[in-house]
Write a protein that binds this ligand. Structure first.
Ligand code: CMX
Length: 136
């Protein structure tokens, strides 16, 4: 498995509109995309910082992963996503090393990326995502 860079940092927020205002008006970043990912029960907003993105996540369902996270832990960093060249190959390779893998095979995430998650209980408390851009 080869990690090329940090693809994005996911931040759970209660209101994506309020959070966008902070990132744009206070930090001076530009939101370049807003997308609902129905499968993940979230609405997302993206900002580019160098080659890394900030992904704001607002839950669209209290029982979804971000809804449950905010209920339990409050707003804050939700996950760390690494860009890899081959998610389908990386997931079984990681599982073979005894790490708890949430997705055994890749699924489609925001921006059409192929993604897979590793369970935070196996990764020192940080929900870890692997992403592959199929257009690269
Ligand atoms: N970071 C760190 N720990 C987390 C966490 C997170 N984001 N989400 C849950 N946990 C912890 C809980 O606090 C809980 O810990 P304790 O038992 O110590 O209280 C434990 O993980 C719960 O684990 P669980 O019972 O297996 O499951 P949950 O139903 O809470 O689900 C998880 C947790 C990570 C398996 C689930 O959220 C998941 O599958 N996430 C992957 C998908 C996802 O997060 N999608 C949203 C983002 C989509 C996008 O980026 O587009």
């Amino acid at each position: 498995m080869k990690i090329t860079h940090i693809e994005h940092i996911g931040i759970a927020v209660k209101s994506i509109d309020e959070a966008i205002s902070f990132y744009e008006e206070v930090l001076g970043l530009k939101c370049y995309a807003i997308e609902e990912v129905k499968d993940q029960k979230v609405k997302t907003a993206f900002f580019m910082v160098g080659q890394t993105k900030i992904e704001l996540l607002e839950s669209t369902d209290a029982e979804g992963p971000v809804g449950k996270f905010i209920e339990k832990k409050g707003q804050g960093i939700h996950h760390l996503a690494f860009a890899v060249e081959d998610v389908a190959g990386a997931l079984p390779e990681i599982e073979e090393k005894g790490i708890r893998v949430i997705d055994k095979t890749p699924r489609k995430g925001a921006e059409g990326l192929n993604i897979g998650f590793l369970h935070p209980k196996s990764t020192f408390g940080v929900l870890t995502e692997l992403c592959e851009d199929p257009n690269r």
